[in-house]
Write a protein that binds this ligand. Sequence first.
Ligand code: PMV
Length: 342
Amino acid sequence: MSLSPVTARACANIALVKYWGKRDAALNLPATGSLSLTLDALSTETTVAFDDSLTIDELSLDGHPARPDELARASSFLDLVRSETGIQIHARVTSKNDFPTASGLASSASGFAALALAATRAAGFTLTPRALSVLARRGSGSAARSIFGGFVRMHAGMSSEEAFAEPITTVDPAFVARVRMVVAVVGGGVPKTHGSRDAMEHTAATSPMYRAWLDLVPRDLELAEAALAKGDLEALGTLAEANALAMHASAIAARPSILYWRPATLAVLAEVRGLRATGQAAWATMDAGPHVKVLTTDEDAELVSRAVVDIPGVTAVTVSGVGGPAAVVDAAAVVSLEPTAK
Ligand code: PMV
């Protein structure tokens, strides 16, 4: 028996208030909430086909067979899908990232969101967006947010079912339409020094700044939501830059230190300050890598992009608008069963 393949697409997201630390590693429960922006220029398209002729799961990433560790991570995620849907057979998974060439940008958010949607649909189930977000979280914390478009809030929750993301629907659509993110890739996509999973665990275990970080996040979430409610990009950007620096400060203070920045990272940060000093809308954020993402507007995106593209060490620049929710893009003859009651 083999079920019809299903293809789903999900966009990456960049946190404006970061998730950095877990309170339960097995369930992948975040220590705090977070808040993000979904980006249309960075996406993953994933096809899943369950097929009983397979003896193991198969995974191809960007046209190549996945590494054993990548396959193991996808396969344990598929085990969750199998246990939720009752499907017993293995799957063939084909995934393609539409990211700036060799960027090394994190693709786990869009990757696990697309995999959660494609795999559950290929198994014949239509989960609610909330249940899909909970499932995607088990693959990668940030993937819970990539189920949704626009600005998204993630709840830390009291239990696994309560740790889900949801779109912030009260933001003025004109404000959303104006927002851009300029992604400056630093260092040509060399694999990152510490994966986020290990790095946040190491920060939590050894950084004297970790407690302060946990105390800060709820306050920053409130400020970010207030800025969004007012459509105040300056307040949101100022807060996002400060929050990213606080996250990195906690990681830098870990022992031994986790320092993702390269000289070009600092050069982009300095340029962003310079742009602000001359009245441009530009605020920086960084994740578990050397790249810098600059929050800006449609009017200023071109100027920001030109200002950072020639900085030595910056190897690619992409301007992105706001992305939409994860969606099935091809579901030929999907077996239709009752939606699960979660
Ligand atoms: O989803 P993960 O486990 O790759 O962690 C994401 C961590 C950051 O990107 C640094 C912050 C965030 O909230 O996305």
